[in-house]
Write a protein of this length. Structure first.
Length: 124
């Protein structure tokens, strides 16, 4: 088989994001496909953000985006240089991951969020 059709890609993404509780996390190191390689901040009030079904758009052409802004707790200390994001289910299984368009040193007082339509999941 060469590839999935847009219909199948949309079906799979919509099913996954409608039926699995997603947590968005941040990492200073590049996640690996097996779920290892993630280095989350260990201080400064960092926590993964749980999302709801309504936080995600319906998939179009095999691409799904966050429909709402996803906001992390305000840092109370250094989170290090954040360069990657990831999605986990409630059992710490890696769903997906990616590289941020630009890395940033996160320190106390920063606002950390993904504005609507900036976090993209794709099966293309």
């Amino acid at each position: 088989m060469g590839s999935f059709s847009n219909y199948t890609e949309n079906l799979l993404l919509n099913y996954l994001f409608d039926n699995v509780i997603m947590f968005v996390g941040l990492s200073t190191t590049d996640p690996l496909e097996d779920g290892s390689g993630i280095t989350e901040p260990e201080a400064g009030s960092y926590a993964r953000v749980e999302t709801e079904v309504a936080d995600w758009s319906n998939s179009i052409s095999g691409t799904l985006k966050n429909a709402n802004t996803i906001t992390f707790p305000n840092p109370t200390g250094s989170w290090g240089t954040i360069a990657y994001f990831f999605l986990m289910d409630g059992s710490d299984n890696l769903i997906g991951y990616g590289t941020l368009s630009s890395s940033a040193e996160i320190v106390s007082g920063d606002t950390v969020d993904f504005e609507a339509e900036t976090l993209v999941a794709s099966l293309n």
